[in-house]
Each structure stands twice: as C-alpha cells, then as structure tokens.
Design a protein around this ligand. Sequence first.
Ligand code: 5GP
Ligand code: MG
Length: 178
Amino acid sequence: MIKTPYGLQLLYGAEEIRRRVQELAREIRADFDGSKELLCVCVLKGAFMFFSDLVKHFGDNVTTAFIRLSSYRDGQKSAGGVRQVGRFAEPAAGKDILIVEDIVDSGFTLQYLIRYFKKRGAASVRSACFLDKPHNRAVKIKSDYTAFTLSENRFVVGYGLDYAQKYRNLPELYELKA
Ligand code: 5GP
Ligand code: MG
C-alpha cells in the first residue's frame, strides 16, 4: 500500500492498459508499411512506460529517440509555456516521425512538438498519445492515435505519470484525489 495524503482511485488496471496499448500498436503498425524507417520519439518523462509498451509491438525498421520537455504548470494546470530540456541530437530531416506522448491536455506540448519536427524537415509527423483530456484544450489539436479518453476532467497519476515525481512506477492509472 502507498501512504499518501491523497487518495488514489483506480481508473484503468494493468491488464486493461496492456490490451488497449497492444491494440493501438497494431493500428499504428498497419498505417506504416514498414518499408521506411519510423522514428519513434518518447516525450520524457511521462511517456516512458507507454512508449516501452508500445514500441515492443512495432517490429524492425524502427528507431527510437527521447526528448525532454518541461511545460510550465501552475499546480495541476498548464500555464501555456513549453520549454525543451537539453538538446535533441537525432536528425529528423526526411524521416517519418511518431511522437509518443503521455497526455494531451491544453495541447500546447503536442503543438510545440509537431512544429518542432516539421521545422526540422521531417517527411511526416504523427502522434500517439496515451490519454486525451479534452476538457482543458486551449489549442485546436488532436492526436492521431489515442489509447484512452477521459470523460471528466481529472488529474491522473501512475503508468509513467507523476505528482511531484511520485507514482510513475505504478502499472495502473489512477485519479489523484485531494
Ligand atoms: P498540455 O501541454 O497538453 O497542457 O500538457 C501536457 C503535459 O502536462 C502532459 O504531457 C503531462 O506531462 C502534463 N499533464 C497534463 N495533465 C496531467 C495529469 O492529469 N496528470 C499528470 N501527472 N500530468 C499531466
Ligand atoms: Mg508529457
């Protein structure tokens, strides 16, 4: 048991996540014919678990890269600014890119990433997102592939997602309740 001043309420169990991620991976794989390399970019830190589960199903002709972003957040809300942490060394020009992101909330982060890779001359840019939170959307953007969509506005942790760096290790997804 995890001792916390907050309550964790289970949203998706490990087996449900596993099945859905596998299904989504097959859908993505079917859209890329495999004759051309697919560069899968993990958006750190939140997407690390989703990324590792997803890319296992992709077979060969896949390369992986990692980018770290920090979005300015005021507590549990996005403040709109996105900043890259460190340098992204992987050449992107001419490549088919799949951005693998944890959550699309306001949409600022995904918008930043799509522009970033297009500016670097990617042949195509698509995105796979573990969780869509449509309630706080500030920019008109939709991920190409989505594993789950929240029907209510919730702050979630687990399966890579943190609150103050905690709970990332949990294999399930929870709502964090005050
Ligand atoms: P956006 O730029 O779309 O507002 O926010 C994207 C980032 O905010 C996500 O990649 C994620 O890191 C963080 N975020 C948004 N909602 C949640 C949430 O419910 N839980 C956690 N742990 N992070 C969130
Ligand atoms: Mg993120």
